[in-house]
Design a protein around this ligand. Structure first.
Ligand SMILES: [Zn+2]
Ligand SMILES: [Zn+2]
Length: 83
């Protein structure tokens, strides 16, 4: 069975319906200010930040760390996964 991950926080769901229907604690507008967003890339052993290239072993770790090359300014936001 396929797993679906949130692009903002890395939370895993068994269906897209469940994922997009739940509030995201790492939503860019603020904690629980919006729903999870489907990560459209494939499951990987290593996820890379699309802004700075830092590799992480999980989406949860990647999206939980501040990015020093974030478009809003250094460490003004979290890493975002490349597809
Ligand atoms: Zn989320
Ligand atoms: Zn980054």
């Amino acid at each position: 069975m396929a797993n679906y991950y949130c692009e903002y926080c890395g939370t895993k769901y068994s269906s897209v319906t469940l994922l997009t229907g739940s509030s995201c604690h790492r939503h860019p507008n603020g904690p629980n200010k919006g729903k999870h967003k489907l990560y459209e890339g494939s499951e990987k052993r290593t996820y890379t930040c699309k802004y700075c290239g830092t590799p992480y072993s999980s989406l949860t770790l990647l999206t939980g760390s501040a990015c020093y090359r974030h478009p809003n300014g250094p460490t003004k936001g979290k890493h975002a996964p490349a597809l």
